[in-house]
Ligand binder design. Sequence first.
Ligand SMILES: NC(=O)c1ccc[n+]([C@@H]2O[C@H](COP(=O)([O-])OP(=O)(O)OC[C@H]3O[C@@H](n4cnc5c(N)ncnc54)[C@H](OP(=O)(O)O)[C@@H]3O)[C@@H](O)[C@H]2O)c1
Length: 248
Amino acid sequence: MTNVNEGTAALVLGASGGLAQAIVSELMADAGIDTVIAVSRRAAPEHFVTAPAPPMWIETEYSEPAMAAVVEQLQCFAGRITRVVICHGILHSDSLWPEKRLEDISAESLQTVFQANSVVPVLWLKLLHRLLKSKQRCVVAALSARVGSIGDNHLGGWYAYRSSKAALNMMLRTLSIEYGRRVKNVKIISFHPGTTDTALSKPFQASVPSDKLFTPEFVAGRLCGIMDKAEIDGQLSYLDWDNKAIPW
Ligand SMILES: NC(=O)c1ccc[n+]([C@@H]2O[C@H](COP(=O)([O-])OP(=O)(O)OC[C@H]3O[C@@H](n4cnc5c(N)ncnc54)[C@H](OP(=O)(O)O)[C@@H]3O)[C@@H](O)[C@H]2O)c1
């Protein structure tokens, strides 16, 4: 059993999703990480509960006070967190669907999508900065999306999702500048996983060629490889699964 009072730790936020679970598994297999901490609205999936060295699983809602209580609970890991992956993201739900045209835009859907995709990630990075400050390198990746690129938007549609990811990117860029002054050991990456076989992409997979639909395990391996090699340069990088830069 891992001793949580010593060694390095990795933190996965929004840990129950398809990509997030694969990232938790990838980090659990990393010999350089002693404790994997997973934070989610949901209970731990059975395969993690029964794993020989299970992740530390914390259930929470995503109000700011509840998130602050999680960060308080993690104080014993201060200065020892070397990886953070922020996985929150919604594209559709029972009550919302990506917009095809102007008439589909609704204030309620915009607020729901922005809250999950832009506000929750930036609140984590506000609340975590003291915990991440350290002499050792720490790499933070937030799962963004290529459709958040303003320069790359040639198709239109998906107003809420696109603009919430563009807002996420701008928040991360602004955070990178302030972290570059105050939390110099941290590198932040805005990461596009590529179309990956999860609940989020399920309704949109029919038009995706099979060699362009990735498994969560493949993407988790790519992301962790990119995080391992990232240079601590005080800059935000907007990268895809192939480690290629995406235009803003
Ligand atoms: N799959 C793709 O093709 C694809 C492509 C580009 C980008 N992405 C991005 O990759 C990330 C992970 O997506 P996924 O494919 O793994 O989707 P998923 O399986 O649907 O996972 C959804 C994630 O969002 C969190 N979440 C859901 N509703 C939320 C809410 N109301 N407030 C806060 N968090 C909420 C969940 O956290 P809990 O554990 O708390 O439930 C979970 O981490 C997202 O940011 C998505 O935009 C995915």
